[in-house]
Design a binder for this molecule. Structure first.
Ligand code: ADP
Ligand code: MG
Length: 680
């Protein structure tokens, strides 16, 4: 494309300015030539609807003109596509009869070719311009954060003209043999096992973590890494995770929009490559009860257009003040919106994981590490900074803030939000989630804090305070405000839950209740003030979340019922049949002595009978619980009923089924067991 067209792409990326039609034509024809040269026949706008997955509708480049085929892709096709996506969830923002939703090219994130299709990363909006996807609020939050962060960064360096967010997403996943996967209707339909007794050995010995990668897996990893490189995704790390057959990979971090799009793409690529290896990748947060679940740790930092990481402690007192300003603004934001941030990672899937085995607890806390905590304590202990006579001393104190070199090995894996040297790691994000759901909330909250930071500093300097004193005053205020969320101890301990509640933090105890966090007055203010979401967009999102929660749980409950009635009970009865024939045969030959000889068998028969009865009763009760919940018309209340009545009933059903698994002849058990699914 021409220099001018190229510049307009860069300009759109840097300033968010619109690309005009003429330029769009030129860019489109450049992209078409590039794609066709590489064997592409189709193009698609790839967008991220509220379902959490990605969506695509392929169109051929070929079109027919005057009876002749020709390859076509014009500017309007690049900039906008109308997928007639009437069945995507929109939470009442768009009537089905008014099906028009538009996907629009996002020039922030690179286009790529996958399986002969030119994929154009896109935003998805309604006819009236409301956000129907995960990308739009994320881009808006980036804008809000950028301008607020720039205003603060300029206090230290007037040459700063913009701030971006860098993100590195660590992706955890399980691998299961495809044939075994196909023999488990629950894995196929729900991506998690709804029954299954724990394996005698799983992760007790921690012998899988960082162990040698099984060769079958290593071959798969190399293969998908190669595919990822070809698509421009720079994968950097790979290792075994704690649970058996659980693994992790992470790319080199990049700007937020690219990082998220590439993570969504990576999940698609991994699944495609796995097929060639007769493997299935499971991205579900908790596919197996009783062992570790999977997260998508979101490493998050801010960087100026001059190349400075604003969360990197410096070597001079003034650099440290800059670092402390941003650090204090982040932790204060996390404290103000602790519950909302935890709610932003809530989903049915993640609810099985959070607070469980080695997973972040369901209450927010920030881990800073020993070095930083000491610095914060020193700042908080300072004399009242408003005392004029103290002025000189306080400025000396600014100078006396020691060089901060946080120990990178100082890691606390029990914190949902941990500082790791030059970035925060939001560890509660779920492995199957679109990380944008968490980042737009985090960005908005930090933007709000940074705005407040700047205006409070301005107020101090307007009163005549020197800049360094003003900064220190506000840093101190913010650290004070953030105190409840700062926690250096063991987040997994039950004592922390109590302590957290005492500090006024709210733990998440129920997912549909947590969704309501978005509707709280302070959240609505946050989203509307920062321009991230309008009130109707917020409501639409909550509705979609509730509906998705109910539908997913409904599917799980159905699958559980089917498995119990069609797999578990028949297998148990078949084994009873063997037992009873054996007992009968014994009686025929040995007479009354059979009671002694078949004592164990008869006991087993009775136990199985009791579990079968309980199971069929509980399965019936589960159907009733679902029906009752379905009669509730209010979606919030229906979701609540599912999260309590239906879920509790599911646990009862599962317990009988898992007990039967321990009693029934292994040869008759129709489903692959945990020990078979979890070890290559
Ligand atoms: P861990 O030791 O926490 O498992 P990994 O090496 O698996 O760490 O992943 C760390 C991720 O954080 C990588 O994606 C890395 O690129 C990313 N990262 C590193 N520095 C930054 C930064 N300043 N901002 C955002 N992400 C970063
Ligand atoms: Mg890691």
């Amino acid at each position: 494309m021409s220099d001018a067209a190229f510049k307009s792409v860069l300009d759109a990326r840097e300033t968010g300015n619109k690309i005009d039609r003429k330029m769009a034509e030129e860019i489109a024809s450049g992209m078409k030539a590039w794609a066709i040269e590489r064997g592409a026949t189709h193009y698609t706008h790839l967008f991220q609807p509220l379902t959490g997955a990605t969506a695509e509708k392929h169109e051929a480049f070929i079109s027919v003109k005057d009876g002749k085929p020709m390859e076509r892709f014009n500017g309007s096709a690049l900039v906008q596509q109308e997928p007639d996506a009437s069945s995507f969830p929109t939470g009442g923002l768009r009537n089905t009869f008014e099906a028009r939703g538009y996907s629009a090219w996002d020039p922030n994130s690179p286009a790529f070719i996958l399986d002969g299709t030119l994929c154009i990363p896109s935003a998805f909006v309604s006819y009236t311009g409301e956000a129907l996807d995960m990308k739009v609020p994320n881009l808006r939050s980036l804008q809000a954060l950028s301008s607020a962060a720039t205003a603060v960064a300029q206090l230290f360096d007037p040459h700063v003209n913009g701030v971006t967010v860098n993100v590195g997403l660590e992706q955890e996943y399980f691998l299961v043999d495809e044939a075994l996967y196909n023999a488990r209707p629950d894995l196929q339909l729900c991506s998690r096992t709804v029954i299954g007794h724990t394996s005698a050995k799983d992760q007790q010995l921690s012998d899988h973590y960082f162990g040698a990668i099984p060769s079958r897996v290593a071959v798969f990893m190399k293969d998908f890494e190669t595919e990822a490189y070809r698509l421009g995704i720079p994968l950097q790390t790979r290792h075994n995770e704690v649970a058996p057959n659980q693994f992790e990979c992470a790319p080199v971090f990049s700007d937020l929009s690219t990082a998220i799009d590439q993570n969504m793409l990576l999940m698609i690529v991994m699944q495609k490559v796995a097929e060639k290896h007769q493997l299935k990748v499971i991205f579900h947060e908790k596919p197996f009860q009783g062992i570790n679940g999977s997260g998508k740790h979101c490493n998050w930092s801010m960087q100026t257009d001059t190349g400075v990481n604003l969360l990197s402690p410096g070597r001079t007192p003034m650099k440290n003040l800059q670092f402390l300003s941003f650090y204090a603004s982040v932790v204060r934001a996390v404290c103000r919106h602790d519950y909302l941030l935890m709610a932003s990672v809530c989903s049915l899937n993640n609810s099985y994981r959070l607070g469980g085995h080695e997973a972040p607890p369901a209450v927010m806390s920030v881990f800073s590490g020993a070095t930083l905590s000491q610095v914060f304590d020193a700042i908080l202990r300072m004399e009242d900074l408003t005392e004029p006579t103290e002025k000189q001393r306080n400025i000396d104190l600014v100078k006396s803030i020691p060089e901060i070199i946080p120990d990178n090995t100082d890691r606390n894996r029990t914190s949902p939000f941990a500082f790791t040297g030059n970035r925060f790691e939001f560890r509660a994000v779920g492995s199957s989630a679109n990380a944008a759901g968490a980042t737009f909330v985090l960005n908005a909250a930090v933007a709000e804090s940074l705005r407040d930071f700047r205006s409070r500093v301005d107020a101090c300097t307007a009163k005549g305070d020197a800049l360094d004193k003003a900064l220190l005053t506000v840093i101190r205020e913010f650290l004070k405000e953030a105190a409840p969320v700062m926690f250096e101890g063991n987040g997994y301990s039950p004592a922390w839950m109590e302590e957290a509640t005492r500090r006024g933090l709210t733990p998440i105890t129920n997912v549909p209740t947590a969704f309501q966090a978005f509707r709280k007055a302070e959240s609505v203010r946050l989203f509307t003030d920062t321009g991230v979401l309008s009130e109707s967009e917020i409501n639409a999102r909550v509705e979609v979340q509730e509906e998705t929660y109910v539908k997913k749980l409904q599917i799980e409950a159905r699958v559980l019922g089917d498995i119990c009635l069609n797999h578990v009970i028949p297998a148990a009865v078949a084994y009873q049949d063997i037992l009873i024939k054996s007992i009968q045969g014994c009686k025929d030959i040995f007479g009354e002595e059979y009671k002694q000889l078949c004592k164990a068998d008869m006991e087993t028969f009775r136990k199985i009978a009791a579990y079968i009865n309980a199971l069929s009763e509980d399965t019936r009760a589960l159907v009733e619980a679902r029906k009752k919940a379905n009669r509730i018309t209010d979606m919030a209340r229906r979701a609540l009923a599912y999260s309590t009545d239906v879920m509790e009933q599911m646990a009862r059903v599962r317990s009988s089924a898992d007990n039967l698994e321990m009693l029934v002849d292994d040869a008759l058990w129709p489903l692959p067991k945990y020990r078979e699914l979890l070890f290559f």
